[in-house]
Write a protein that binds this ligand. Sequence first.
Ligand code: SF4
Length: 96
Amino acid sequence: MAAADCQPRAQSVAGGVLVEGETMRHLRITVDQNICVGSTTCINTAQATFALDQSGKSSVVNPQGDLENLVIEAAESCPVGAITVEDAETGEKLFP
Ligand code: SF4
């Protein structure tokens, strides 16, 4: 295996994480478990970010797990509006 094959695909840079040549913002993603109905829609959309916990509710397992557009799509698809997404550094609301 060539040395280049061993390089990580993501690395931390100022202001975010570099993934395949694009800078990804650090996101603050929250799931309101009081209203989550465990539909798994968000998990099907952003599988590396969300997972069901032992109570059958979605939780964030890795806020850098998926690209921002997938996380926003997951939030938009939640049938009960349980997911909020913000820029972790500026506090800018990205969804809703
Ligand atoms: S899409 Fe919404 S209701 Fe469904 S599991 Fe995710 S947070 Fe819960």
